[in-house]
Every structure is written in C-alpha cells, then in structure tokens.
Design a protein around this ligand. Structure first.
Ligand SMILES: [Zn+2]
Length: 119
C-alpha cells in the first residue's frame, strides 16, 4: 500500500508547523548554535521514534523475525546475517510489528523499495 501523501492544504499546515517549530527552537537556543543543534537533534530523534519505534524494540523484532524466517531473507530466500538484515514494512503506517514486517537483506530491501516507487 502506498504511503499517504499530504494534500495541498495539509502540506500548507505542515509547513506552518515546521516554521513554528523552527522559531521555537531558535528562541530556546537563544543564539547558541550548539544548543540549537542539540534541541534540533532531540526533536528529530523523538519524532523518529514516534514513527519507527525505539531501536531496542526493532532489534528484538529482528531477532524474532530471523527465528520465524529460519535465518533466510523473505525476499530472495538466501541465508541472512542478522547483523546486516533490515526490517521491511508491508504498510509503513502500520509500523514495526511482527505482522507487518519481513526481514530482508539490505540489497533486497532496496530492490523492494525501488519496485514500490515504480508501481
Ligand atoms: Zn535477500
């Protein structure tokens, strides 16, 4: 399923929110570039967690999926190193849960993502 995109009104709202957030970050940092960097990094990290979950949870999910898939890539069926494996979400909005993910090689993940862009 393709990811939902914002329509023009929603995009305008998102850009206004972004302008507000940038102004707030600049105000909080009070001219300290290192503090602005730290605030910005914290916000980016937390918003990333909102979408992707925390790294520990994804690491546990990878171990679970690796076991379920008998150490094989869900895309090509070849042996898969857990260390270099990646979770591929079937439907991005449904997040990193067992029912919505498959463990694949990085190169297979890239192939899948490229194929999705052309469908
Ligand atoms: Zn593969």
């Amino acid at each position: 399923m393709p990811n939902r995109n914002l329509n023009s009104d929603e995009l305008k709202c998102a850009n206004e929110l972004l302008t507000d957030i940038r102004a707030r970050l600049t105000s909080l940092a009070a001219g300290d570039p290192a503090l602005l960097f730290a605030y910005r990094r914290k916000v980016v990290k937390e918003l990333g967690y909102d979408e992707r979950g925390k790294p520990v949870a994804r690491a546990k999910l990878k171990v679970l999926k690796w076991g379920i898939q008998n150490g094989k890539c869900a895309h090509c069926g070849e042996e898969l190193s857990l260390k270099y494996s990646e979770l591929d979400r079937k439907n991005a909005v449904d997040g990193y849960i067992a029912e919505n993910t498959e463990l694949v090689h990085a190169k297979c993940h890239q192939e899948r993502q490229a194929a999705k862009r052309y469908t």
